[in-house]
Write a protein of this length. Structure first.
Length: 560
């Protein structure tokens, strides 16, 4: 039972609510706050562990990449051809020439001027007759004499070219075709940087086009095939000129496919190698090796060079060669992106993984096909080129950040599950406490009413007994019959008090759970009649009440 002082305090509803808030709600809220802080700190700690792992991985990857690039640059001095991907080549630039290996890898090469070569007098005389005097027949005779008598192949090639040109201008196109065939026999001999074979074949096509000869299609197709297969080494200007003119001569339906953008990007990078060689001052020592990334024709090209004042040898590496560097981090469970100074993705895509594959597979697969963005907030480590010495900015992300944070997420689920249980317990406990408190209040109210009723019941017989005892004590009884009546009333009131005391004891036993009752059928009419009879013995007849109840008797089960 609740003490009376506590019952008195609990009586106002606001006090009961305040007690519930202080005892249940405040600790629950504090526990929830602590749990939320714990979850937040645990998540931050898990992210920091991932960040630390990525920092270490980024350092190792940067060092390994720098080592591989240095090895590739130092290996350029070896004249042996190494196994290079199809989009890579080695270019060597000297004062007199630009060479490549493997041969035929570049679509075109930069042209290095050789200086003015002394021209023989007969050649100058023939050129003056052709260009100034426009004496094409005289010029043809002069060119022929020089071609037949010249001991130098270069002079003979220049004379044959002039001879064919003069014959075309003089209207002897068929004879010019024969001269071009003779010029083509000189093969790779260069005239102003262009192979004599290509000059002759191209000029034959131009002559056939003037004659509207049906042979033009086959001849133009052969020249275009040679250009496409890189049969001749040309610089960019000559390559574009010969390609565009030859395409115009091709018959409808002929194959017109040119090398892809990767091949042109590779060839364009050779110009940068020539510029690197020429920017050196004669007699000064330049850095032995260097590295640079270029963005040409919407694709990355990597330059690794080793240079001296006399020569510069450079590896022009396309995406396939750069992609081979992915083996550095293949087993480190990371996604790596290499970004150039203009924010182009050289390798991989910043913060991406392959679609339709697991993160672990994406980290070890083709980085150039990455298109699916990482989730916002995932740990990423960025190392700028100024810090690593690489030609790119290095970005490293976890291949499976969600998996690495799974342990923390599991703990968070446990904590949130515990918070849910606590919330349920708070609600259920609050309901139980409130119900118990209100029941105690109701019991206290009933006890107060019971005490008031019992006090009233005790007061009535005691008052009667006190009055009768005083009359008997003062001998104020008028007759013996009245005295016996008083004694009889005293006995009845005594019995009544005894019943009240027994009722109180029964109530106490009921409250303590010691009372045992036997449930049995009871006629309510008989119960009411017995009560009415007992009442009538004290206060008079109640016949009408008894008769009415008797007619409407109801059987119930009651404890006896």
């Amino acid at each position: 039972m609740v003490p009376l002082s506590l019952r008195a305090w609990l009586k106002p509803p606001r006090h009961l609510l305040a007690l519930f808030v202080v005892v249940i709600v405040v600790p629950a809220v504090a526990l929830a706050w602590l749990a939320a802080r714990t979850v937040e700190q645990d998540g931050a700690l898990a992210r920091q562990r991932v960040q630390d792992r990525l920092d270490g991985a980024a350092s190792r990857i940067a060092l390994e990449l720098a080592r591989r690039l240095d090895e590739a640059a130092h290996a350029l001095a070896d004249p042996a051809d190494e196994a290079l991907p199809g989009d890579s080549a080695i270019v060597t630039v000297t004062r007199d020439a630009v060479t490549q290996r493997p041969a035929g890898r570049l679509v075109y090469l930069p042209f290095v001027p050789q200086g003015d070569r002394a021209r023989p007098g007969p050649l100058e005389t023939a050129e003056a007759m052709e260009w100034r005097a426009r004496d094409y027949s005289g010029a043809a005779r002069a060119y022929r004499q020089l071609a037949d008598r010249s001991a130098s192949l270069a002079d003979r090639a220049a004379a044959l070219l002039g001879l064919a040109r003069s014959l075309r201008k003089g209207g002897s196109a068929r004879e010019a075709l024969a001269v071009y065939d003779e010029l083509a026999q000189l093969g790779a001999l260069r005239i102003d940087g262009v192979p004599a074979d290509l000059i002759a074949r191209h000029a034959r096509c131009a002559t056939l086009a003037e004659l509207r000869s049906p042979e033009l299609g086959a001849q133009a197709s052969a020249v275009f095939a040679g250009l496409r297969q890189r049969r001749w080494t040309l610089d960019r200007a000559w390559y574009e000129l010969y390609t565009s003119e030859t395409l115009a001569w091709l018959p409808p339906g002929a194959a017109r496919d040119l090398p892809d953008a990767a091949a042109f990007a590779l060839a364009d990078a050779a110009d940068e190698v020539v510029r690197l060689h020429r920017e050196q001052s004669p007699g000064t020592a330049a850095p032995a090796t260097g590295r640079r990334t270029l963005w040409l024709r919407d694709r990355p090209v990597l330059l690794l060079w080793q240079r001296t004042p006399e020569r510069t040898t450079a590896l022009i590496a396309g995406p396939a060669w750069v992609q081979s560097l992915a083996s550095v981090w293949a087993r480190q469970r990371v996604i790596v992106s290499l970004i150039d100074a203009e924010s182009h993705a050289v390798l991989g895509e910043p913060g991406a993984r392959r679609p339709g594959s697991s993160p672990a597979v994406a980290a070890e697969s083709d980085p150039l096909t990455s298109v699916v963005r990482l989730s916002p907030g995932e740990p990423v480590v960025v190392r700028p080129a100024s810090e690593t010495g690489l030609p790119w900015t290095l970005r490293v992300a976890s291949a499976d950040a969600a998996g690495e944070l799974a342990a923390s997420a599991g703990q968070q689920r446990i904590v949130f599950g515990g918070l849910g249980v606590i919330a349920i317990l708070v609600v259920v406990g609050g309901f139980v406490v409130a119900r118990a408190a209100f029941r105690e209040l109701e019991v206290a109210r009933l006890q107060r009413e019971f005490v008031a009723a019992v006090s009233h019941e005790f007061r009535s017989p005691l008052t009667s007994m006190k009055h009768l005892v005083e009359m008997l004590d003062e001998d104020a009884v008028p007759s013996e019959d009245r005295r016996r009546l008083y004694y009889r009333v005293l006995a009845q009131e005594t019995n009544r008090l005894q019943r009240l005391v027994e009722d109180l004891l029964d109530f106490q036993r009921m409250e303590a759970g010691r009372a045992v009752y036997t449930m049995a059928p009871l006629d309510t009419a008989e119960l009411v009649e017995s009560v009415a009879t007992a009442f009538a013995a004290q206060h008079g007849a109640v016949d009408r009440v008894v008769a009415r109840v008797a007619r409407r008797g109801v059987m119930v089960r009651a404890g006896l």
